[in-house]
Ligand binder design. Structure first.
Ligand code: 173
Length: 322
């Protein structure tokens, strides 16, 4: 009797200490989103958080602080760098102040899966390590191009006289075609349209109905250009402190989310249909105009990278372009 009682006591103590150990091991990461909660470019990250939290019990938890109301989009890169947040969802265009090379991610003509094979991911991860104190965990947005949306007609690839809302994504291209530019965060586009202070704006194929912009938009210019990059970044000190199982969970879940980039082709089609139902008309450049539009986009984009990141521009083009 005495023996079995001692055994039970020891077993209980062991169980308790295992539980205590597991609990001490669970890490909570603070997450921020550069895109408004629930909108198109926030969603893959939100799906990522849900999956990690469902599968990470006792190991790792992500505390989702939220979107641009919690932090202005152009400050997210700095917050990751300084460790104010542990993980973030943010496009390269919002952190070119810290990493000029981030303006090149939109110029990728290879999927993230291809980039993980040809060394592009590794090169770009190293840039994030060095310049942003971050680990480049995932890239979403593959397969989604950008467009110019307008409230004035346009019959050729010439933007003279137009005042356009931009981010670094569109800056060199629209500038080289003669436009006047004003930079805003996505959250200011609706008001700018409403007050007629812009004639148009750059934005991807997806997402313009999220914030009601279809009410204030007449035209979409086709074809689209470039490819969206919306990246999951982890503060590098946080990343290094995680154990193998925690890192493996984040890496595996990131790969699952990256696999769903393949859905974008279909989502683009559905989105174009919704735009058309909302009354947005396509202005489609064909033949020589189409060539001028796309070539100017690409060459203005790369010329800009050469200007702001001369040491890395050629290597980035080799790795990202075809
Ligand atoms: O705000 C923007 O137009 C922009 O740069 C962007 C980048 C990726 C996805 C959506 C918007």
């Amino acid at each position: 009797m005495a023996h079995s009682k001692i055994f039970r006591t020891l077993a209980l103590a062991a169980a308790c200490s295992t539980a205590a150990f597991a609990q001490a091991q669970e890490v909570t990461l603070r997450a921020i989103n550069a895109f408004q909660e629930g909108t198109t470019f926030a969603k893959p990250f939100e799906a990522f958080i849900d999956k990690v939290n469902a599968n990470g019990k006792g190991l790792l938890k992500i505390n989702y602080i939220g979107g641009p109301k919690a932090m202005p989009p152009f400050e997210v890169g700095n917050a990751v760098k300084n460790g104010v947040v542990d993980i973030a969802n943010v496009t390269g265009a919002f952190y070119t102040n810290l990493m000029p090379e981030a303006d090149a991610f939109k110029l990728a003509e290879r999927t993230i899966q291809e980039q993980r094979k040809n060394g592009a991911w590794e090169f770009i991860n190293k840039l994030h390590n060095d310049k942003l104190n971050a680990w480049y965990l995932a890239r979403t947005g593959d397969g989604v191009p950008f467009h110019l949306y307008l409230n004035k007609p346009l019959d050729k690839p010439d933007l003279k006289g137009l005042k356009l809302r931009v981010t670094p994504v569109y800056r060199a291209f629209f500038n080289d075609l003669g436009a006047n530019l004003v930079q805003t965060a996505p959250g200011e586009v609706y008001t700018a349209l409403e007050r007629n202070v812009i004639d148009g704006y750059g934005w991807p194929t997806q997402g313009i109905l999220d914030l009601g912009w279809q009410e204030k938009t007449k035209f979409r210019v086709d074809p689209g250009f470039y490819t969206v990059d919306v990246n999951f970044l982890v503060n590098l000190d946080t990343w290094k402190k995680l154990n193998d199982a925690q890192r493996a969970l984040l890496t595996k879940t990131a790969a699952e989310i990256e696999a769903s980039n393949a859905d974008n082709v279909q989502i683009n089609q559905a989105e174009v249909k919704k735009q058309s139902e909302a009354g947005i008309k396509a202005i489609t450049f064909e033949g020589k105009d189409r060539e001028t539009w796309l070539n100017t986009a690409r060459e203005s984009g790369w010329a800009q990278i050469k200007k702001v990141a001369p040491a890395n521009a050629d290597r980035l083009r080799e790795l990202l372009a075809k």
